[in-house]
Design a binder for this molecule. Structure first.
Ligand SMILES: C[S@@+](CC[C@H](N)C(=O)[O-])C[C@H]1O[C@@H](n2cnc3c(N)ncnc32)[C@H](O)[C@@H]1O
Length: 265
């Protein structure tokens, strides 16, 4: 069992929350510095579950700002759905915002076990459902859908059916699960509901925006953050270079958060 402790030497969460909202230009994305990204809480996970990383906390900052600054505009609890919850770090953040009802979905039993432990440790209520993306919540509607799907470009389009790689392998272009999130999320969003999804510039964020627009949503990149390759991208640096996604000496990746809104009828 592994516990990832909050790293010291980070600026306060409010730094990036403020950056991501108050200082956000009318159009275009905020570029978030490394010093502004920090863990929101301690995270427990059993082996094989995705360890929370920069992409998790970058998305957590945008998610919390979304829930606190924009609210849900409804006179009932704001329903939040996390697709691909892993250890549930994002669900725990959402459940910490007053007046939210949070559901976490993952294929992995270990992930949902970790999610339940983390929710309990932090005194938050998170409903867990095991299954394939939106299938376990078919027929339900959510005000906010949040996802950090597997998006690392892989050698083949065959997605792993189990194990650690299922948390990050996204097919040859890294979009196999990401595209499904774009396609399925609109069906579970309320009118005015919002999707927040993080992925890599290697996946071509313009494709994400275009795909969501074809589903009738307005979409834009709202946050960007460049960070050094971790172990998985380091191991795949040759593959990225061969595909023309990265230069020979490139060792940094840009993360992006896309925000999409389902218009009211
Ligand atoms: C990159 S991890 C993100 C975990 C967590 N949300 C975070 O940000 O730290 C992706 C998660 O998606 C899950 N996953 C992959 N394919 C899925 C699918 N088709 N349906 C549901 N969950 C899936 C994996 O098991 C993994 O826990």
């Amino acid at each position: 069992m592994t516990t990832v402790a909050p790293e010291p030497r980070r600026t306060r969460a409010s730094t990036v929350t403020a950056t991501a909202t108050e200082n956000r230009p009318a159009t275009g994305a905020v570029t978030v510095p490394a010093t502004a990204i920090r863990p929101h809480h301690r995270v427990f996970r059993v082996p094989g579950v995705y360890p929370v990383q920069r992409d998790t906390w970058l998305l957590a900052d945008v998610l919390r700002a979304e829930l606190t600054d924009h609210g849900c505009g409804v006179d009932r609890p704001c329903r939040v759905l996390e697709l691909g919850a892993g250890a549930g770090a994002l669900s725990v953040v959402a459940a910490g915002v007053p007046c939210t009802e949070v559901t976490a979905v993952d294929l992995s039993r270990r992930a949902l076990f970790s999610t339940r432990i983390n929710a309990a440790r932090h005194g938050r209520r998170v409903r867990t459902r095991r299954g394939d993306l939106t299938a376990p919540v078919a027929g339900e509607r959510f005000d906010v859908v949040v996802s950090n799907p597997p998006y690392v470009p892989a050698a083949t389009d065959d997605l792993p059916s189990h194990g650690w790689a299922r948390a990050f392998d996204g097919g040859r272009d890294g979009r196999a699960v990401l595209d499904r999130v774009c396609d399925e999320a609109p069906d579970v969003l309320t009118e005015g509901g919002r999707l927040l999804v993080v992925h890599s510039a290697f996946n071509d964020p313009a494709l994400t925006v275009a795909r969501l627009q074809t589903r009738g949503l307005s979409a834009e990149v709202v946050a960007r953050h460049e960070h050094p390759y971790g172990p998985v991208l380091t191991a795949r640096s040759d593959l990225l270079r061969e595909r023309g996604l990265a230069t020979a000496d490139q060792r940094t990746e840009e993360l992006v958060v896309v925000r999409a809104v389902r218009p009211a009828a």
